[in-house]
Design a protein around this ligand. Structure first.
Ligand SMILES: Nc1ncnc2c1ncn2[C@@H]1O[C@H](COP(=O)(O)OP(=O)(O)OP(=O)(O)O)[C@@H](O)[C@H]1O
Ligand code: SF4
Ligand SMILES: [Mg+2]
Length: 333
């Protein structure tokens, strides 16, 4: 059974002022995360990744759809009934200072979630904090517990924030761009920690705009564009055989050895605006292979092969054989 099941999730923001504008930040996404699985939600800035994560965690209330956690529909739960569920799903932010108070020693910040949920005695909390710091790769834990956030390196600070997320022994970790503020040299270490955590059974929803850091660490990838998932599937399969032109562009933008960045090779034009989503296929204004029908029809995800799905009927359609191919004699086997 899936740990997290998200079905038809939409989160729209109504902006004040005239004319009334509705930001369709998340516009109908469905996905699952199983125990011990890392699903990477990939997409450009503004595609709705953070809003999806916040809606799953009920930090933002969704407009439509359902979020089920361990079989329970949590979409409409009151704050009081949500609290025991939130304990089982924790979050790591891009900026570790979201979880670490600069005025407090690391040990106190990591103990904070235990205090909020009333877990253990003082001595038990101390043991749990040290165990979480060790698990997050900060050893010797007792020494790190005494330090202040500014005394740690960037990578160590993010590990401390991860320890604060792990201290309650959650089943699901939602990590929003957990390595994008880190030096390239320490990213691999933090991602290796995610590998260890998922091997130990933790389900992880990892949000990133960077396909290259994701590829080796995700079981599955879901690519988001303007509030929708436009392609999803096993990570290796999506990277090796991308079908949607947007995924193809993201794959083409993965930097080669020695490169820091590579531009995404699609029409720039107007930046995509979730308050003015184009009719038809929402990618058509930037799509290099758009056809007339793409301005009219809004494609749904369809099977490429196995669990690999994409929302581009144009690239999914089997190639029509040319007249020459049709007439050519079949080759001897
Ligand atoms: N509270 C809000 N009110 C209005 N618009 C919002 C709100 N939160 C997010 N948005 C808009 O929703 C869209 C999606 O934002 P979101 O932060 O989810 O994107 P993202 O994929 O996480 O981007 P990034 O990579 O920059 O973090 C953006 O256009 C953003 O401006
Ligand atoms: S459906 Fe059309 S516009 Fe959309 S991605 Fe496919 S070819 Fe491009
Ligand atoms: Mg974001």
């Amino acid at each position: 059974m899936s740990l997290l099941e998200v079905d038809g999730l939409a989160t729209h923001f109504r902006l004040r002022g005239r004319p009334r504008r509705v930001v369709r930040a998340v516009d109908g996404v469905s996905f699952t995360v199983a125990p011990g699985e890392l699903l990477a939600l990939v997409g450009e800035s503004g595609s709705g990744k953070t809003t999806t994560a916040q809606s799953v965690l009920r930090m933002t209330d969704p407009t439509a759809g359902t979020v089920r956690f361990a079989g329970q529909d949590i979409t409409g739960l009151s704050r009081r009934r949500l609290k025991p569920v939130r304990r089982r799903m924790q979050v790591v932010f891009q900026d570790p200072y979201e979880s670490l108070d600069p005025r407090f020693r690391i040990g106190r910040s990591v103990a904070e979630p235990l205090a909020v949920h009333g877990v253990g005695t003082r001595a038990e909390r101390r043991d749990l904090v040290l165990a979480a710091l060790e698990r997050a790769g900060l050893s010797p834990a007792a020494a790190f517990a005494e330090r202040y956030p500014h005394e740690l390196s960037g990578g160590q600070r993010q590990r401390a924030a991860i320890a604060a997320a792990l201290v309650l022994e959650p089943e699901l970790l939602v990590a929003d761009e957990p390595v994008s503020m880190l030096d390239v040299s320490v990213r691999a270490g933090v991602l290796a920690l995610f590998d260890e955590l998922r091997a130990a059974g933790l389900g992880i929803l990892m949000i990133t705009h960077d396909l290259s850091t994701t590829a080796a660490h995700a079981d599955r990838i879901a690519v988001m564009y303007l509030g929708r998932i436009v392609e999803e599937g096993p990570a290796a399969e999506v990277i090796a055989n991308p079908v949607h032109p947007y995924t193809r562009a993201l794959v083409a933008a993965v930097p080669r050895a020695g490169e820091e960045r590579r531009p995404i090779p699609i029409k720039a034009g107007e930046p995509p605006d979730p308050a003015a989503i184009p009719a038809g296929c929402r990618f058509h204004p930037r799509c290099p292979v758009a056809r007339d029908e793409c301005r009219r029809d809004d494609p749904a995800l369809a099977v490429v092969s196995g669990a690999h799905r994409a929302a581009c009927p144009v690239n999914l359609a089997p190639a029509v054989p040319t007249e020459e191919e049709q007439c050519a004699p079949s080759r001897p086997r």
